[in-house]
Structure formats: structure tokens, C-alpha cells
Design a binder for this molecule. Structure first.
Ligand code: HEC
Ligand code: HEC
Ligand code: HEC
Ligand code: HEC
Ligand code: HEC
Ligand code: HEC
Length: 265
């Protein structure tokens, strides 16, 4: 039997994400999905790097970065170095000063050889943690026309994609390999092991749009047969299984009814 006490403890812990008391609050809509990367910057005398998911996921699928570009699903886990970016890996796969952002505007370039500590404005666009850097793309202006959601970024990303408000690209010229898409499995219901708890309709189709197959199989879910992966809500709150994405980037676990939406059996 799952322990409701543990679940409650996990819930409370989820609402108190950081160690420091200054962060005893939920992230603001524009902060949800923010990753601060500081394996090397601080040591090199540069400000840590700030990466926002909201802007990038409006333009690209999760799969593109997390599979084709090899970004880890864990803050700091990729161990990106300036030299990688200069060679065109990771951030530098797009931020090379040549690829097109919009119209004829080019995506600004990433790291350059740090000529001593030559601080250029373009460097601060990413190396911005703790500095007063005004982003060029403003969150509220950018997302004004997006359908609203209750938690996370305050955006219903699923609907935004469905309505075509955003068209996240799943392919990066020169990096991605064109493949024939695999057949998408049917939607199915997951039954929580607690009587009276509404079931969950899991849509393979909707998830595949963002994640392809490879982001979930076989690392998060083996996926050979339904029911093989056994897990509880507590494990979701620990950032495993559904929680791999639905804690920090996709709508968060606090939005119980968005998953537990099926009538009680
Ligand atoms: C598109 C984002 C981006 C931009 C723009 C950018 N960087 Fe970086 N840079 C990174 C990331 C990501 C890292 C890895 C951060 C970490 O782990 O501390 C990094 C790390 C570094 C490091 C740490 C040492 C090392 O070997 O990794 C230096 C130095 C550096 N960048 C220099 C620069 C300089 C100089 C500029 C401006 C010409 C610049 N960067 C612009 C993303 C960027
Ligand atoms: C433009 C590239 C890009 C896109 C698109 C993208 N991510 Fe990420 N994601 C990253 C990077 C970079 C990191 C940080 C990796 C690091 O620090 O080494 C990250 C980290 C994460 C993390 C860990 C966050 C944390 O705080 O530990 C999760 C979860 C995640 N991404 C999920 C997603 C999901 C879900 C989507 C699609 C809705 C998505 N990502 C789209 C680049 C991307
Ligand atoms: C798949 C392509 C892609 C990858 C990979 C990528 N970016 Fe971006 N990034 C973009 C695009 C496109 C924009 C929007 C640029 C524009 O509109 O001019 C952008 C914008 C940004 C901005 C916004 C700056 C502002 O002033 O509003 C930051 C910061 C940024 N990226 C950091 C990063 C970092 C750090 C990484 C690596 C960890 C990274 N990006 C990886 C495509 C990418
Ligand atoms: C967001 C994560 C996610 C994505 C993306 C995803 N799956 Fe799955 N898949 C699951 C889950 C969860 C299960 C059920 C696993 C369990 O219960 O053990 C599953 C089960 C399966 C099964 C077993 C089905 C059954 O009825 O027994 C197959 C086959 C499968 N997936 C194939 C795919 C293919 C092919 C794709 C891409 C087109 C894909 N999956 C994309 C999460 C995902
Ligand atoms: C690899 C990342 C990932 C994993 C793992 C994942 N999801 Fe999602 N899920 C997403 C993204 C991205 C969306 C789009 C909406 C958003 O980002 O808020 C989404 C949307 C949804 C939606 C709304 C769309 C719909 O079907 O109506 C539901 C419900 C959902 N997920 C349930 C689940 C459940 C249940 C699991 C675990 C069995 C799971 N997800 C695992 C990334 C993931
Ligand atoms: C991203 C989708 C998602 C969200 C959001 C979500 N759940 Fe769940 N929940 C699941 C899945 C998947 C299971 C496990 C189903 C199974 O047993 O295979 C589950 C199981 C449960 C169970 C059964 C006991 C257990 O631990 O497995 C309870 C109780 C529960 N959830 C409560 C909640 C509550 C309360 C919330 C909101 C705070 C919530 N859930 C939000 C997906 C979700």
C-alpha cells in the first residue's frame, strides 16, 4: 500500500524546492523551467549561465535538444564547456551567429575564446546569473497570446501546440538525422493503486509530438509492455517516471486533476 503520509511529505517537499529559505516559494511563471549552469563559469571568472525552457520549448521540441544534441535532463548534468560551444555542440549548435532566429535575424553566438576576461555584451546574454541583464525576449509579451494554464509557466503548452500558436521544430539542419517516424501507440488509461483516485489517460500521441519515443524509452519507461514499469506517486515527486519532466519543465505535479482526470472506477 502506498503511504499517504509519504505522499504528503513529498508534496510539502515539492513546494519547498530549494535549500535556502530565500527560495521558500514557488517559481514565478517566467522562472519555471529555468536552469542555472555553473560547472565552469564561476571558476573562470564569468557569471553562471541561465537557460530558460519557456523560450526554447516554444521553438524546439524536447527531443531535439535532449536526444539529438545530447543535453542531460538534469541541471548541470551535461558538463558543457566553452570549447564545446565554440565547436558547435550543445548551445553552440544553434548559437553560432549564423543560424536564423526569425526573419533575417541570426541567433546570437555563444562562447568565444575568452581573451583574458574580455566582457562583451553578447557574453552576458547567457552568462547573466546575478547580473542586471534585460532579456531581449520579454516573457509576458512573448506569451501574451498563448492559452493559459494553472501552474508552471501559466501556459497550456499542450493547447498552444495543438492550436498552432507555437510550432516547435523537431529538426536541426546538419545535426538531426531524418528518420521515418515509428507508429504511435494508442492512448491508454493508467490506474492509480488507491481506491477512489481518478485514473489517468496517458496519450502517446500527444507526448510523441514533444518527446519522440527515445526520450521515454527505454530509459524512463522500458515500454515493452504496459504495466512493466511499476512506480508510485511518491516516485513521481522524486523526479522519476512522469516526474522526470512533470516536476521542473512540463506542467508540474501539483496540477493533480490534469493527470487524474478520468472518472473513478
Ligand atoms: C548561448 C549561451 C552562451 C553565450 C552567449 C556565451 N556562453 Fe560561455 N558558456 C555557456 C555555457 C552553457 C557554459 C558552461 C557553463 C558552466 O558550466 O559554468 C559556458 C562556459 C564558459 C566559460 C567557462 C570555462 C569553460 O572552459 O567552459 C567561459 C570562460 C566562457 N563560457 C566564455 C564565454 C565568452 C567569452 C562569451 C562571449 C563571447 C560567452 N562565453 C558567451 C554558454 C554561453
Ligand atoms: C533548446 C534546447 C532544449 C529544449 C528545446 C528543451 N530542453 Fe530541457 N534542458 C536543456 C538544457 C540545456 C538543460 C540543462 C542541462 C545541463 O545543465 O546540463 C535542460 C534540462 C532539463 C531538465 C532538468 C531540469 C532541472 O532543473 O534539473 C528537464 C526535466 C528538461 N530539461 C526537460 C525538458 C522538456 C520536458 C522539454 C520539452 C518540453 C525540454 N526539456 C526542452 C535544453 C533543452
Ligand atoms: C536548438 C537551438 C538552440 C539551442 C540548442 C540553444 N538555444 Fe538559446 N536560443 C535559441 C533561439 C532560436 C533563441 C531566440 C533568439 C532570437 O529570437 O533572437 C534563443 C535565445 C536564447 C536566450 C535569450 C536571450 C535574450 O536576451 O532574450 C538565451 C539566454 C539563450 N538562448 C541561452 C541558451 C543556452 C545557455 C543554451 C545552451 C545551454 C542554449 N540557449 C541553447 C536557440 C537555441
Ligand atoms: C512521455 C513518455 C513516452 C513517450 C514519449 C513514448 N512512450 Fe511508449 N510508453 C510510455 C508509458 C508510460 C508506457 C507504459 C509503460 C508501463 O506501464 O510499463 C508506454 C508503453 C509503450 C509500449 C507498450 C504498450 C502496451 O500496450 O503494452 C510501447 C510498444 C511503446 N510505449 C512504444 C512507444 C513508441 C513507438 C513511442 C514513439 C512513437 C513511444 N512509446 C513514446 C511512455 C512514453
Ligand atoms: C519526457 C518527458 C515527459 C514524461 C516522462 C511524461 N510527460 Fe506528460 N507531458 C510532457 C510534455 C512536454 C507535455 C506537454 C504539456 C506541458 O509541457 O505542460 C506533457 C503533457 C501531458 C499531459 C497533457 C496532455 C494530454 O494528454 O491531455 C498529461 C495528462 C500528461 N503529460 C501525463 C503524463 C503522465 C501520466 C506521465 C507518466 C506516465 C507523463 N506525462 C510523463 C512530457 C512528459
Ligand atoms: C503527470 C501526471 C500526474 C500528476 C500531475 C499527478 N499524478 Fe498522481 N499518479 C500518476 C501516475 C502515473 C500514478 C501511478 C499509476 C500507477 O499506479 O501505475 C499516480 C498515482 C497516484 C496515487 C496512487 C497511489 C500511489 O502513490 O501510486 C495517488 C494517491 C496520487 N497519484 C495522487 C496525486 C495527487 C494528490 C496529485 C497532485 C498533488 C497527483 N497525484 C498528481 C500521475 C500523476
Amino acid at each position: 500500500m502506498p503511504s499517504l503520509f509519504l505522499l504528503l511529505a513529498a508534496l510539502l517537499a515539492a513546494d519547498v524546492p530549494a535549500q535556502s529559505s530565500a527560495k521558500l516559494r514557488r517559481p514565478l511563471p517566467d522562472e519555471f523551467g529555468r536552469v542555472v549552469i555553473d560547472n565552469h563559469s564561476g571558476k573562470a571568472g564569468f557569471a553562471p549561465v541561465v537557460f530558460d525552457h519557456w523560450l526554447h520549448r516554444a521553438k524546439f521540441t524536447c527531443r531535439l535538444c535532449h536526444v539529438d544534441l545530447g543535453m542531460a535532463m538534469k541541471a548541470g548534468g551535461t558538463d558543457i564547456k566553452a570549447a564545446d560551444n565554440i565547436k558547435g555542440f550543445y548551445c553552440g549548435a544553434c548559437h553560432d551567429g549564423r543560424r536564423i532566429a526569425e526573419g533575417d535575424r541570426k541567433i546570437f553566438a555563444s562562447c568565444d575564446k575568452p581573451l583574458a576576461h574580455e566582457h562583451r555584451a553578447v557574453c552576458f546574454r547567457c552568462h547573466s546569473e546575478g547580473r542586471e541583464v534585460k532579456p531581449e525576449v520579454d516573457f509576458s509579451t512573448f506569451t501574451r497570446a498563448f492559452p493559459r494554464g494553472r501552474f508552471g509557466n501559466g501556459i497550456d503548452w499542450e493547447k498552444a501546440e495543438e492550436l498552432g500558436v507555437i510550432q516547435p521544430s523537431n529538426f536541426l539542419e546538419g545535426v538531426s538525422i531524418a528518420r521515418k517516424p515509428l507508429t504511435v501507440q494508442n492512448d491508454f488509461e493508467l490506474f492509480p493503486r488507491l481506491q477512489g483516485m481518478p485514473g489517468i489517460l496517458f496519450s502517446h500521441k500527444k507526448h510523441t509530438v514533444w518527446n519522440g519515443c527515445e526520450l521515454c524509452h527505454p530509459e524512463i519507461f522500458v515500454g515493452v509492455r504496459r504495466g512493466v514499469s511499476k512506480y508510485t506517486m511518491v516516485e513521481n515527486f522524486e523526479g522519476k517516471f512522469c516526474g522526470t519532466c512533470h516536476l521542473k519543465v512540463a506542467f508540474p505535479l501539483l496540477d493533480c486533476q490534469r493527470c487524474h482526470s478520468e472518472p473513478v472506477q
